[in-house]
Design a protein around this ligand. Sequence first.
Ligand code: SAH
Length: 472
Amino acid sequence: MRHFPVFRELRGRRVVVSGAGEAAVAKLRLLLKTEATVIVYGPDPHAQIRRWADEGRLIHMPRPVDHGDALCAALVYGANEEAQEDARAARIGHAAGALVNIVDNLDDSDFITPAIVDRDPVTVAIGTEGAAPVLARRIKAETEERLAPSLGTLARIGQGFREAANALPHGRIRRRFWSRYYDEIGPRVLAEGGEEAVHAALDALLVQMLGEDRENGHVALIGAGPGDPELLTLKARKALHEADVVIHDRLVSPEILELARREAIVIEVGKTPNGPSWKQADIDALIVEHAAQGAHVARLKSGDPVVFGRLDEEMDALDAAGISFTIVPGITAASAAAASIGVSWTKRGRNAAFRLLTGHDIAGFADHDWRSLAQPGHGGAVQPAAIYMGVRAARFLAGRMLMHGASAETPVTAIENVSRSDQKIVATTLDRLPDALTEAGITGPAILFLGLSPRQAMEASDLIDMPATGVV
Ligand code: SAH
């Protein structure tokens, strides 16, 4: 970040604009939103500048800027559209100790003016360091659309009510007061009854919330999906944003944790295969402890919490403690993995059932009904299945499958780090599986698909061809 965004106080300060043409008009449209005294220097001014001067919104001096003009100015703009004159303005500004901006000249400017979404007193400033004005415009348009025009009015009224609201205890109750005001009551009452009604509604809400008992905690057991934040549900996003405490698995990606509020307490309760791990009972106790103190807890699990997520233990612990919870489903790793290689879990004429298996359970490598897994289904191939936590168990499970009669040629596809930038796909066969995983360096979380290979077209374009093995 070459430029650091700050909001500069301009009340009672002077802003000097050198130049009185088109470029100056563009900057003045923004500057006139402020409470600064704006002085424009330049002969032969643009008609708009003359109008603003007549309206008393700025002072126009029909001559070039000169030494002494920038004394005590907070900002000086060089908007002459002429390099020499701008450089002269910059020297005058710097001599007076002001910050200088030269229009359309990043390198000679002390600061740059961002694109602005104005909901005064709420201001959104958008900067791209001059790299992508198109992007800035798009973000501005999207933000304009998202922020209701009434937001400024609501914020101004809210600002006047801050001291009164301090009667509520600091922390989540006060936060909830403001969320209810900005999210529900404020916009509705403003639309129905105008500003006066909003004042009354704020008074009523405060009285109501002062009378409420201490809030109960709540836990949202959330599926965070396989890693790509775009694969979060809107519900998950909302619950995450509302949480006071975020308790997450190791596999929940940093990009998703970024979506938590800045003040939220974030705790990782990772379980590493063969590494240091949190015990499930301690995780249960931790969730209960925070919720019992009245916190809203977001318990983030990778994928979908209902798939190999130890969900039931956590629900039981919450029930036992009398704490309410909701489950927010997510996209399970095998679902996103199927999308990555362009295959379906089920396909008419191929398989009418699909199994989710774990390669590992509490006792170690998980045992399954290998005979039924190895049995050929429709068309002679094994019934497709997704294996979670199967990488380290690969040699064991390939051995069991072969022993129970599965064909050595049975296709197996491993997809590591599904939906993340470091996703890897290995397409191989049952007999080659353990070696193919080692050769491809698959060590992270992966889904193994038994009996499924990547869709032909994808295979050709995305996979490096190896005899019976492809790796991306
Ligand atoms: N609840 C999770 C599964 C948790 S068990 C879900 O629904 O996806 C952990 C296993 O999930 C890992 O060993 C791996 O097999 C799989 N997994 C989780 N995230 C993954 C990812 N991004 N890519 C591939 N596999 C993943």
